[in-house]
Every structure is written in structure tokens, then in C-alpha cells.
Design a protein around this ligand. Structure first.
Ligand code: RP5
Length: 168
């Protein structure tokens, strides 16, 4: 199975990016987690991106906050799909990082998830790998069904709680 690279701009991003690691572990997808900065260690970040496809990665997830160039820089140097996780740091609550990732100019895309949306980034990475892996595809379908069952249980509970209060 292909690996997923989880790259973040600083160790301070770990609490958010843990969400992506967690979901990939739930699906037994191998991960390599790195701190590589587009600003502070640009040569290391580029080297990682250039070598990633040849080292068995299938997808890269990149989390960064502030003027977040990391996802775009990695995407520029690899043919692999890059999923960006904007991280909320500083006074703008992550809006700066969100715009930096989602507003990539035409030509080099970054699939950007919500601010601090590392879990969805992990799920999207699993979905990409599942295109070539029927077992992973089945596991994802089962996880979705389990999630739907939980929502239906909540629906039953709420309907019972408010039964007879004038609604239909
Ligand atoms: C970004 O700057 C990192 O991704 C991090 O989210 C933010 C702040 O980094 P530290 O100052 O905490 O190292 O490059």
C-alpha cells in the first residue's frame, strides 16, 4: 500500500495534525510524519516533495498556519496530490492560512480542507488511496455506514424527546 506523508510547518502544528495521523491509523495506512517549513527549511521541504513519489508515497497532507506556503511549495515539486490543512494561529483565526492554500493560482492545485480540518484531510487521503485498493474502499464504505447509523440513532432519540410537542 502507498504511504501518506503528513508534513507540518512547525512542531506547534502537531496537536491539529494528530487528527490526520489518527484517521490514517484507523485505516491501517502507513504514514511518515515530518516537520518541514517552506520558510525555515525550504531546501528540506523541496527535497521531500521531489523524492516523495519515488519513495512510495501516494498522497501528501500539508498543515501550516499564518502565511501558509507549505502546501503550495510541496505541490509545485511533486506529481502527487497535496491536501492542505490551514491551521489557526495568530490573530486571524486561520483565515490567512485558509486563503493562502485555497487561493492557489491556476496550474498547481492544493485540495484544501477546513481550518484545522486534519481529520477530513486524512479521510480524503484514504479515499484517494482507495481508488487503487478495493479493501480500503470497503473499509471506508463500512466507516461511512457506521457514521450514518450513529446519526440515525441520534435522529430517533431527538424525535422521541420532542414527540408530542406540536411538530409533525
Ligand atoms: C507556520 O507558522 C507553522 O506551520 C505554524 O503553524 C506557524 C507558527 O509556527 P511556530 O512559530 O509555532 O513555529 O510556518
Amino acid at each position: 500500500m502507498k504511504k501518506v506523508g503528513i508534513v507540518m510547518g512547525s512542531a506547534s502544528d502537531v496537536p491539529v495534525m494528530d487528527g490526520a495521523v489518527e484517521v490514517l491509523r484507523e485505516f491501517d495506512v502507513p504514514v511518515e510524519v515530518r516537520v518541514l517549513s517552506a520558510h525555515r527549511t525550504p531546501d528540506d521541504a523541496l527535497a521531500f516533495a521531489r523524492e516523495a513519489a519515488g519513495r512510495g508515497f501516494g498522497v501528501i497532507i500539508a498543515g501550516a498556519g499564518g502565511a501558509a506556503h507549505l502546501a503550495g511549495v510541496l505541490a509545485a515539486a511533486t506529481p502527487l496530490p497535496v491536501i492542505g490543512v490551514p491551521i489557526a494561529v495568530g490573530g486571524l483565526g486561520g483565515l490567512d492560512a485558509l486563503l493562502a492554500m485555497v487561493q492557489m493560482p491556476s496550474g498547481i492545485p492544493v485540495a484544501t480542507v477546513a481550518v484545522n480540518g486534519a481529520r477530513n484531510a486524512g479521510l480524503l487521503a484514504v479515499r484517494v488511496l482507495a481508488l487503487a485498493d478495493p479493501d480500503l474502499d470497503k473499509a471506508l464504505d463500512e466507516a461511512r455506514e457506521a457514521m450514518a447509523a450513529k446519526v440515525r440513532a441520534s435522529d430517533r432519540e431527538v424525535r422521541e424527546r420532542y414527540a408530542g410537542t406540536g411538530g409533525s
